[in-house]
Design a protein. Sequence first.
Length: 358
Amino acid sequence: MKLQIHLGVGLDGEAVTWEPNGNVQLAITGQSGQGKSYKLCDMMLQLSTQGVHTIVLDGSGEFGPDASGKPAAWPPRGTRFLDISSPELPVGTFFPWAMPSGKMESMEQCARRAAGTLKQLFHLGGNQYSYLKKVCASCLADSQELSFSWITESLTETTQSAQPAGECTPEESTEVKLAVSLLPKLDVLSDFPDTNPHWFQPFATPGTTVIDIQDVLDPYLLKTILEILLGNLWTQKVRSHTGCPLVLVFDECQDLNFKSGSILDRILRKGRKYEIAGWFSTQWFKDEAMTKALGQTAADIFFRPALRDCKKTASLLAPNDRELYEACLEALDSLRPGQFFFYDREEPILVDGWERKD
């Protein structure tokens, strides 16, 4: 993936341009009100003319069609605006994933992953997890995909077909009790319908899609549905071997799952091989897993951080140079909205992102 992104103007008055070749992963940090969203919109407008499909996971509502304080040309022409519960998105269905080796998950692996995902979401006990894995495997035996509605239907059939007390085996009685305990939990997933079978087609051509995720208030549920959505996107892109490059833009990403083995970790480590890139916008680095994962990006943009994060940000800009560290620390505290440091693992550059030099 080759891009050319105009960032703004440097201290010398010359245009600053980012021209990544291959690795297009990017992290953008800074406290609220410093210009992160504006700069992202400006950069995504440039992506819209370079043969890329950009997918925005909008956690703040700042990228919608009526959002204020954005570049005049925002949104790009033809932008799709979707809610996370739209059937046009692969959220309500588990598809077998493409593995790192290039092979596809077996039905057993997919059932185990689906049950494990729901176990984490609902904090299930061991017996509930084992039974749910059995239900998932049974559903997959009849199809190549596994939707929330199929799981719910299977559990409902178990409860409705139960024999009267005293006429069923101990195993059947246990399964009925487990099904009854799981059904209320799955109610939260009823907002996510089965996936449209042609969902991937729009993502295979250049364009922009903004997905509103701000109404998913439960952080565990948000992590779950994004893991499903991104995993399905990953698999279709890997399997198709065609289509345009994908840039996934994560707004307010500090609450997402960056742990080793997560789909975000996979995108950061292996995305360039399949022309999938992540742009991650956050107010702060929440934990060590996030800091380590985003250390794999090709470049960083640092807007003015909160006071508590100034020293950490300066150390990221100048990891082995004490004099440069002190200079960056002083400069970070004086950054105005729209100004930022651009750092592509060479010497950091101070940029005014609201000044254009064409």
